[in-house]
Design a protein around this ligand. Structure first.
Ligand SMILES: *[C@@H]1O[C@H](CO)[C@@H](O)[C@H](O)[C@H]1NC(C)=O
Ligand SMILES: *[C@@H]1O[C@H](CO)[C@@H](O)[C@H](O)[C@H]1NC(C)=O
Ligand SMILES: *[C@@H]1O[C@H](CO)[C@@H](O)[C@H](O)[C@H]1NC(C)=O
Length: 244
């Protein structure tokens, strides 16, 4: 049996078009990343969200998410994010550098939106483990934006701490079986973030007592939506780990 010659161009068109996911826990392969909706807290409110993959290679991904959430203003509804498939499985003490670039913007945003734009980085004793599980020991958040007066888990433990040439307020507190440390930008939105994440890892080991033997189990980058209507666009995101 012969395939009609037309089948090929149709197939390629399908692969290059933007893809949108809508289900609560839908995920999509995205080059060297996985794009996931993760609407884990949707039942705390009313609304919906969809996430779109624009383009992706092994090194860089562009994606967007649109949401409308109401009610439960202090509850996270979702963490739509991209997770690197390769930047993980290494002990902090063996990292030489971890360059990342995140270029993002709110294309649309309602008045009174409550949301962050943040990395969620997971450490554990074992070389691998899924985020927010019994394998997790630390959840490290880096908030590039926090709108509407939302706060991280725990309480603020430092003010004006400089790491990676940016100024942060550091928050700390427990969550389930892991510790959460959240760096919140003290200088407003950081829309074009280009740093070495190893500066954070080194600070955590030297100043916050994190064991250098902890493994990086996952690096995610996304947005926690509480309430509001928004179209958040990531024009480019990349992260990698260079071992010693
Ligand atoms: C997301 O919202 C933007 C701005 O309103 C719109 O242009 C775009 O089509 C929406 N995307 C999807 C997948 O609905
Ligand atoms: C640190 O930030 C300042 C001000 O934003 C900038 O001028 C400088 O080039 C940065 N230094 C490095 C090493 O990135
Ligand atoms: C990927 O999509 C983003 C957002 O639309 C765009 O800015 C960028 O130029 C695109 N990159 C490529 C390689 O097409």
């Amino acid at each position: 049996m012969h395939l009609p010659a037309l089948a090929l161009p149709i197939l390629f068109t399908g692969l290059s078009a933007a893809q949108t996911i809508t289900g609560q826990f839908d995920c999509l392969p995205a080059g060297g990343f996985t794009l996931c909706q993760n609407l884990w807290g949707k039942t705390f409110g009313v609304g919906s969200q969809k996430s779109t993959l624009m383009n992706a290679t092994t090194g860089t991904v562009a994606w967007a998410t649109n949401y409308t959430w109401a009610n439960g203003p202090n509850q996270v509804k979702s963490y739509a994010n991209v997770e690197s498939v390769s930047a993980k499985g290494i002990q902090l003490q063996n990292v030489a550098s971890a360059p990342t670039l995140w270029d993002w913007t709110y294309a649309t945003q309602s008045v009174g939106i409550r949301a962050d734009v943040a990395y969620d980085i997971w450490f554990g004793k074992a070389s691998s483990g899924n985020p927010a599980t019994s394998a997790s020991a630390y959840e490290i958040m880096i908030w590039l934006s926090g709108l509407g007066g939302i706060q991280p888990v725990g309480s603020q433990i430092t003010t004006g701490t400089v790491v990676a040439n940016h100024t942060w307020n550091l928050w700390k507190g427990p969550n389930a079986n892991w510790e959460v440390l959240s760096f919140v930008s003290a200088a407003g939105d950081l829309n074009s973030f280009d740093v070495d994440l190893n500066d954070f890892f080194t600070y955590l080991v030297e100043e916050q007592g994190v064991a250098p033997t902890q493994y990086i189990q996952s690096i995610q980058a996304g947005t926690e939506a509480f309430v509001g209507i928004a179209n958040l666009v990531t024009n480019a995101y990349s992260v990698s780990i260079v071992p010693k």
